[in-house]
Design a protein around this ligand. Structure first.
Ligand code: SAH
Length: 213
């Protein structure tokens, strides 16, 4: 099956059917070639309704989870965005379609190097990749209009809340090591608001404000 056809099907049967509505998010999911971000042996599964291994015991998230988290960031096009957990770089590419400038931090260097190569090949030049502990955020580039954490955390990492602009949105899976709730945190004048967007399952966020190794 042609990849574009597979992507259109994915958007209809996995995203629209489950309530993803933001037309810009749906367009980005129709456009970004997810199969480029998975290992050669798994290319035929790239548009299936589940996560896939990307090496180093990490995974590329299920398409629906990518769309749900991205929609929750409410991106309009002008934002500065921070991503924690570059992984394959697929979520990074989706963000690059939807906002002005993306910073993405990954703790495993080989994953970051590989993601950089693919993002370069695809022409995503509004992305800056960093290697390090993303639970500390990226103070020198703060504040951010939106922050997305694509690994499961025991709590909402405080440095990330502190690096949100007024009105900024943070989406982070919070729970135990095996299952989490997808939390949306919004910075408001009075402090923060928190909404639970539902259950999810992510690899562990490891670091100073995450899980200990
Ligand atoms: N967004 C990715 C998902 C990758 S899985 C994708 O679309 O492919 C989560 C990633 O978070 C893993 O690569 C893992 O190494 C990384 N990670 C875990 N803890 C981290 C931390 N403290 N800082 C940066 N990256 C972290």
């Amino acid at each position: 099956m042609e990849y574009a056809t597979a992507r259109n099907r994915m958007v209809e049967s996995q995203l629209i059917s489950r309530g993803i509505k933001d037309p810009r998010v749906l367009d980005a999911m129709r456009k970004v070639p997810r199969h480029r971000f998975v290992e050669e042996a798994l290319v035929s599964q790239a548009y299936n309704d589940h996560p896939l291994p990307i090496g180093e015991k990490q995974t590329i998230s299920q398409p629906y989870m990518v769309a749900l988290m991205t929609e929750a960031l409410e991106l309009q096009g002008q934002e500065r965005v921070l991503e924690i957990g570059t992984g394959s770089g697929y979520q990074t590419a989706i963000l690059a379609e939807l906002a002005e400038k993306i910073y993405s931090i990954e703790r495993i260097r080989p994953l970051s190097v590989k993601a950089q190569r693919i993002l370069d090949e695809l022409g995503y030049f509004n992305v800056v990749l960093k290697v390090g502990d993303g639970t500390l955020g990226l103070k020198e580039e703060a504040p951010f209009d939106a922050i997305i954490v694509t690994a499961g955390s025991p709590d909402v990492p405080q440095p990330l809340v502190d690096q949100l602009s007024m009105g900024g949105r943070l989406v982070v899976p919070v729970g135990d090591r095996y299952t989490q709730s997808l939390m949306k945190v919004v910075r408001v004048k009075e402090g923060i608001t928190k909404t639970d967007l539902g259950g999810c399952r992510f690899v562990n966020l490891l670091g100073t404000h995450g899980w200990k190794e």
